[in-house]
Design a protein around this ligand. Structure first.
Ligand SMILES: Cc1cc2nc3c(=O)[nH]c(=O)nc-3n(C[C@H](O)[C@H](O)[C@H](O)COP(=O)(O)OP(=O)(O)OC[C@H]3O[C@@H](n4cnc5c(N)ncnc54)[C@H](O)[C@@H]3O)c2cc1C
Ligand code: FES
Ligand code: FES
Length: 1298
């Protein structure tokens, strides 16, 4: 039953089941994927397709069946094979993306029970995963492909590997097996409801009208009815796919109309409401069935459609909607306009008229020349003429599932049999607020011969005609200008090639140019894995060391796994929504919530004055206000909060709270500005070994340079939030919270409310990803929500929307590394002096420079000095993120190595080898003793397994034969400290209960956030107690069971928790032992019953060895131990567009003796892919006013399936040991992120190859991330020269590098 308030609401909020997840609310992540089935009258069949529930208005589903993940299988009845296989293949870590993945695959199988790998790639293109790195998901799903493909990938077992240090051991490549999996049986699938079939066959069911309190939605019965409605309500939008209108559906009416696609004699006429998927199908059919010459335009369209959005969006979005959205970043208009398409539009008053799709149709951003009462009926896409050539181009931040930065459609018609241009059409999108036709350029080229002179003139003309001011909206101005000429150059070459193939006398295209014409092919990642098998002596019942499946994977795959926002509404529950600052630095003059308070459903408004205890959160004596009281110091700072009966009411009311500010000075955001203002937090840290100053006097060469690294958003799939439930008695409060440090949350809430921690209980069952982002800010949100609960006396829920989460909670610190390095001509680095400036934002938070501790990586630089300065700026405070300073610190050091190699003219890998730690006993720059032996083993094995030296040669060969595509390869070693440098955090606690029935309940202080800490804890408990894992249960993390736990962070969670569980279980077993020995024939249950009660419960706290840093004297055991690894990656770049493709990655990682190779390899792959995002794609953009503009997956791109190297091999180092941690294992959560720097340096190598050909130096600046824009602009050539950078200070840039 729909309530009136639900009319405009998407399917996501109506489905009161837990499997369909909110990840972004804008179609950008796929977490909400469901299958919709509809009866298709035209073809008399049922269509099954995926949609994003978050964009699917509930009213548009009349007559449709919706299947969610719960509908296809469950752990209570039977799993669906898709659910079973993703789980068994280790494709579910935090599990938040898993139901969406399952539904995409399920729908594919409904339509095609024997899919190809390409089908799977296409089906999953619109689903993001932040944890796994996608490879295991593919591994699970590819078992549905042809037997041949599966066989090819069936893993095996290597009997024996003899490594040069230690004993032989058995190596396995089998992370999972599918021996006893359920077969796919389509006959078991849900049938389309017969009543809907009958309804569908009856044709139109009459006009439908949905009337809400603010909204009226009308679904017209037919075209006549639609036209009447459009006459009556001309301002009402026609909502079809709703992918542009989306959550802005705050309009008055809804019309739905379905027109079908038909062939007509002069081309294809597509009904305006045909989806992009059906457009693609039609184009493919036409290309298949007709002569190639007639379908050139369709081929161009297909080129664009293949990477336009994801499958779900293409299933919903319509061609008419794409055109009429009049958004120049949408891809179709430039191609359709180049093809001279005609639109058929119709109104009741004027009937039908045809209009040409060209630049005149678009009167402004989002505006067209259609009259308000007109609707678009269809689009006629003509066949190509015999001497016509067409191409489409697009370049986006990410190759797939991303809006284009610039797109283009180009068509040229030649006089028959010649290279004389008869007509030329060139359209660009993304270079202005509307579609741009370069008419003057085209006109001047008519009648000219297609040759080099034309090319030169065309580029000059394009440069003159494409007007893009230096301050243009969207920024990237030089890049966008360069793309316009580069695209044309590609078009020129394509056409030249085709003319030659037709024996037209045109100039010869050099062979090495040809690869520029081939777009990168997207492939699915596959890989080889190897790990050491447990010894033959280990009991077959003992699960430690085996690749056990994530303990909750089945529940995650069926949607039964509960996250905080899946907890059903508690009686009387309210919703809280934050009111945030819109100014970066200002005095708060007044906060006026009166209008908000007068709105329906609003219960109260909170601000600093409502906090019963202290309005601040402390971390190591650094306070941070919960609500800004007098001043704001960043955009996004919380000022107040509205509490209302529903999410929507709270959201709307929050926008009505009026805050009056008085701007204050100074205000600045960038590291550069902070240095000018000398605005740094204390303490400023320094580490030093040797005598740096003296060493500089003796070296052959000195180099000074810098590298900038941008920040990163956590983009965990589950946004932050909680439910606070007052218990009524003694002021007790329960919190169900997405925190990876529940003890800290408990403490902060207590201080805020002025009550003792013993009255506050935090429960955390699991997190949908965290990556360090759910340690600090969630405590503030919890304190505010708890305040709301206490003030109202009712339960209160807080769920941050994706945009608010990105704005308020912030992420990884941007860094600027400035260095001076002294080296000898043979590549030996004798001295380095590095200053790390990090942008800490407006409060210190956790920003203290741990970077310095990582700075030496695996290199023994005898004289090394590092300074760490945390810049205080007027931005939201930066916080912990996987690796916490490591990925930045290590990256700066690798830049030093890279640049020294370039200057010495040596291969970078050689310079790395020359400078590595090599002695058995080495000391870090902070005087911590370690052995680099396993790092060196990882390095050698990695280069060997990757075939580095052979491939280096092949790459050189490739680069010589290809002018516009270049390849690069890079390898780095890694030494990464594990544990907290503040020793008291290195502790874990566990509570083990053994019940009389023999079952065991383990509780620990760690947080399950996908890394598999619970699975490992179960493996450990099972080993000690000698009971199967199935008899041991872990329910949740609860401050009531395990108090004062440390955060699950610093790669240390399993070490700490694992030891505590082991210790607790061992103590219990010691108590049971005498009894067991006396009754050897008893079962476990009998032992437990008889020994009860003293043997049933054990709480254990385990303290790790002391770590501490003496910063004054640059010494101290900062870490428990070091995790080592090495990685080698190869990439290919397109020098004309800046696009790049990751080709292959090989990782060898030392995780000690892995507790669970599947989970460890999962962490390595997932961390690495997150690193791909950090170093190559993910770019945060801030306005000049300090406003974060990238606030969702549409603007901020994390790696998708297309970014994972198709060859992705991960090997765990055999015979590795670690005496310091549980069962000789090592922490692995954080280290792999840095390994993706190999992709960055491989890109740099590839760019250098391009520059060398132009006689440019190998040494050039490249900031991280190496985005398409940066790659393109670094490949300087005649096209970049035409778009020079404007002088700093002469214009107002659209965004700033903070
Ligand atoms: C996550 C995501 C990724 C995307 N990626 C891309 C991409 O890479 N490239 C790209 O080109 N696009 C992309 N899009 C945009 C998408 O293609 C368009 O949103 C879609 O085509 C619009 O169609 P719709 O049916 O959903 O339009 P709606 O949102 O329903 O409507 C859009 C507008 O068109 C009007 N309209 C629609 N049909 C008619 C009609 N028949 N007569 C009169 N007016 C009409 C509506 O009134 C409204 O103003 C993406 C969208 C999302 C959400
Ligand atoms: S929540 Fe629907 S796509 Fe992200
Ligand atoms: S498992 Fe995919 S987002 Fe966590």
């Amino acid at each position: 039953m729909l309530s009136q308030n639900h009319l405009h609401v998407s399917l996501l909020y109506i489905v009161l089941l837990t499997g369909t997840k909110y990840g972004c609310g804008g179609g950008g992540c796929g977490a909400c994927t469901v299958m919709v089935s509809k009866y298709d009258q035209l073809n008399n069949r049922v269509l099954h397709y995926t949609v994003n529930a978050c964009l699917q208005p509930i009213c548009t589903l009349h007559g449709a069946a919706v299947v969610t993940v719960e509908g296809i299988g469950s752990t209570k009845t039977k799993l669906h094979p898709v659910q079973e296989r993703i789980a068994k293949a280790h494709g579910s870590q935090c599990g938040f993306c898993t139901p969406g993945m399952v539904m995409s695959m399920y729908t594919l199988l409904r339509n095609k029970p024997h899919p190809t790998m390409e089908d799977i790639r296409e089906a999953l293109g619109g689903n993001l995963c932040r944890c796994t790195g996608y490879r295991p998901i593919i591994d699970g799903f590819k078992t549905f492909c042809d037997v041949r493909v599966v066989e090819m990938m069936t893993p095996g077992k290597n009997d024996c590997v003899l490594n040069k240090y230690l004993i032989p051991c058995q190596i396995s490549e089998e992370l999972f097996h599918m021996d006893n999996v359920l077969p796919l049986d389509p006959s078991q699938d849900l049938i389309f409801p017969p009543e809907l079939m009958i309804m569908g066959k009856k044709r139109a069911c009459g006009s439908l009208c949905f009337q809400g309190d603010r909204l009226k939605l009308i679904s017209p019965v037919d075209l006549t009815n639609l036209l009447e409605l459009k006459t009556e309500y001309p301002e009402a939008p026609v909502v079809v796919g709703n992918t542009t209108i989306g959550i802005n559906l705050l309009t008055f009416q809804l019309f739905v109309i379905y027109l079908l696609c038909v062939y007509v004699h002069a081309g294809v006429s597509m009904g305006a409401v045909c989806t992009l998927s059906s457009l693609k199908d039609e184009m493919e059919r036409a290309v298949r069935e007709m002569e190639a010459e007639r379908t050139r335009g369709y081929q161009a369209l297909l080129q664009t459609l293949r990477c336009l959005a994801g499958k779900q969006i293409r299933n919903m979005a319509t061609i008419g909607g794409n055109i009429l959205s009049a958004n120049p970043k949408y891809d179709l208009n430039s191609v359709l306009a180049a093809l001279d398409c005609t639109l058929q539009v119709m109104s009741k008053e004027n009937g039908t008229r045809a209009i040409t799709l060209n630049e005149e149709l678009f009167t402004g951003f989002g505006k067209t020349a259609l009259r308000p009462d007109e609707v678009l009926l269809s689009i006629d896409i003509p066949y190509s003429k015999p001497w016509e050539f067409v191409s489409a181009f697009r370049q986006a931040q990410r190759r797939e599932f991303a809006f284009s930065i610039v797109n283009a459609g180009m068509k040229v018609l030649f006089r028959e049999g010649t290279n004389i241009v008869e007509s030329l059409n060139i359209y660009y999108g993304g270079v202005g607020p509307t579609l741009v036709k370069v008419g003057r350029t085209c006109q001047k080229l008519v009648g000219r011969s297609w040759g080099e002179e034309l090319l030169a003139d065309a580029c000059r003309l394009l440069e003159e005609e494409v007007e893009l001011s230096d301050s243009a909206h969207g920024g990237k101005v030089e890049y966008r200008k360069t793309l316009t000429t580069s695209f044309f150059f590609k078009f020129y070459m394509q056409v030249l090639q085709e003319l030659r193939e037709r024996d037209v006398n045109v100039c010869l295209l050099p062979l090495e140019y040809l690869s520029a014409l081939k777009p990168f092919k997207n492939e699915v990642p596959q890989g080889h894995h190897s790990f050491q098998l447990v010894s033959n002596a280990q009991s077959s019942q003992d699960p430690v060391g085996h690749p056990m499946m994530h303990q909750a994977a089945f529940h995650q795959a069926t949607g039964e796994a509960q996250y905080y926002d899946d907890i059903p509404a508690v009686q009387g529950e309210l919703f809280v929504y934050m009111v945030t600052s819109t100014r970066a630095h200002a005095k708060i003059i007044n906060i006026d919530p009166s209008e908000a308070l007068g709105m329906t459903g609003v219960v109260t408004f909170l601000s600093a004055g409502d906090v019963p205890g202290q309005n601040r959160r402390m971390l190591f004596n650094n306070p941070e206000e919960l609500f800004a009281e007098e001043e704001v110091s960043c955009v996004g700072q919380i000022i107040g909060a509205v509490v209302a009966e529903s999410r929507e009411q709270a959201r709307r009311a929050a926008q009505m709270v009026k805050v009056t500010y008085q701007d204050l000075l100074p205000v600045f955001f960038t590291i550069e500005e902070a240095i000018q203002h000398q605005s740094f937090f204390d303490p400023k840290r320094k580490l030093e070994r040797g005598d740096v100053g003296k060493a500089f006097e003796t070296v052959d060469q000195i180099l000074e340079d810098e590298i900038y690294l941008g920040g990163q958003e956590h983009f965990y799939m589950e946004t932050q939030g909680l439910i606070a439930v007052p218990k009524g008695e003694n002021g007790e409060l329960e919190l169900f919270v997405a925190s990876q440090h529940s003890a800290y949350t408990q403490e902060v809430v207590g201080i805020t409310l002025g009550i003792d921690s013993n009255k506050i209980t935090c429960h955390v069952r699991r997190l949908g990803g965290a990556f360090g982002g759910k340690v600090m800010k969630i405590a503030s949100l919890s304190a505010i929500t708890a305040t709301a609960a206490v003030k109202t006396g009712r339960p209160v829920r807080c769920v941050l929307e994706r945009g608010d989460d990105m704005l308020i909670t912030s992420g990884r610190h941007p860094f600027l590394g400035k260095y001076k390095v002294g080296y000898n001509n043979d590549g030996t680095i004798m001295a380095a002096d590095i200053t790390y400036y990090s942008n800490g934002g407006c409060t210190l938070n956790e920003s203290l420079a741990v970077t310095l501790l990582h700075m030496d990586n695996g290199y023994k630089i005898p004289n090394l000095r590092g300074r760490g300065l945390v810049c205080k700026t007027y931005l939201p405070s930066y916080t912990a993120f996987r690796g916490f300073g490591g990925p930045q610190g290590l990256m700066v050091m690798e830049s030093v190595l890279h640049e020294v190699a370039v200057k010495c003219g040596l291969p970078p890998q050689k310079v790395r080898e020359i400078n590595m730690y090599r002695e058995e006993e080495c000391y870090t720059h902070h005087k911590q003793l370690f052995s680099p032996r396993d790092m060196l083993r990882c390095w050698d094995e990695c280069l060997d397994k990757a075939g580095y030296h052979d491939r280096l040669q092949a790459i050189q060969q490739f680069n010589t034969s290809n002018r516009w595509k270049k390849r690069g390869i890079s390898a780095v070693p890694m030494k990464f400290g594990v544990g907290f440098s503040k020793g008291f955090f290195n502790q874990g606690a566990a509570l083990v209960n053994i019940y009389k029935d023999g079952s065991v309940l383990v509780a620990h202080g760690g947080t399950e956030m996908g890394q598999g800490i619970n699975t490992k804890a179960l493996q450990i408990a099972s080993r000690i107690l000698k009971v199967p894992m199935s008899s041991i249960h872990i329910k949740e993390t609860c401050t009531g069971n395990v108090p004062n736990a440390a955060p699950s962070a610093a790669s240390f969670g399993t070490d700490a928790v694992g030891m505590a569980v082991k210790d607790a279980c061992e103590k219990l077993m010691r108590r049971l032992k005498p009894f067991m020995e006396n009754h050897p024939k008893y079962t476990w249950q009998q032992w437990v019953i008889n020994k009860h009660p003293p043997g049933y419960k054990k709480v254990n706290i385990m303290m790790g060895p002391h770590t501490d840093m003496d910063w004054e004297n640059s010494e101290g055991p900062a870490y428990y131990y070091f995790t080592f690894g090495a990685c080698c990656s190869e990439v290919e770049i397109d020098c004309l567009t800046g696009d790049h493709k990751n080709l292959r990655t090989d990782i060898v990682m030392d995780v000690g003796r892995s507790l669970n190779p599947a989970l460890d390899i999962g962490q390595i792959e997932g961390g690495f892919v997150q690193g791909i995002g950090l170093y190559t794609i993910e770019e945060l953009q801030f306005s000049l006013e300090g406003v974060l503009m990238t606030r969702g997956p549409s603007q901020y791109k994390i790696p998708a399936l297309c970014d994972v190297p198709p060859q992705f091999n991960v090997h765990l180092l055999a015979n590795a040991q670690n005496p310091h941690a549980i069962y000789r294992s090592k922490g692995i959560g954080e280290p792999p992120v840095f390994l993706a720097s190999t992709i960055f340096f491989a890109i740099k190598e590839a760019v250098a190859a391009a520059r060398r050909e132009r006689g440019l130096g190998d040494s050039f600046p490249l900031s991280s991330p190496a985005t398409a824009e940066r790659i393109r602009m670094a490949c300087e050539d005649q096209f970049t020269e035409m778009a020079p950078s404007p002088k700093k200070g002469t214009f107002k840039p659209w965004s700033i590098n903070i």
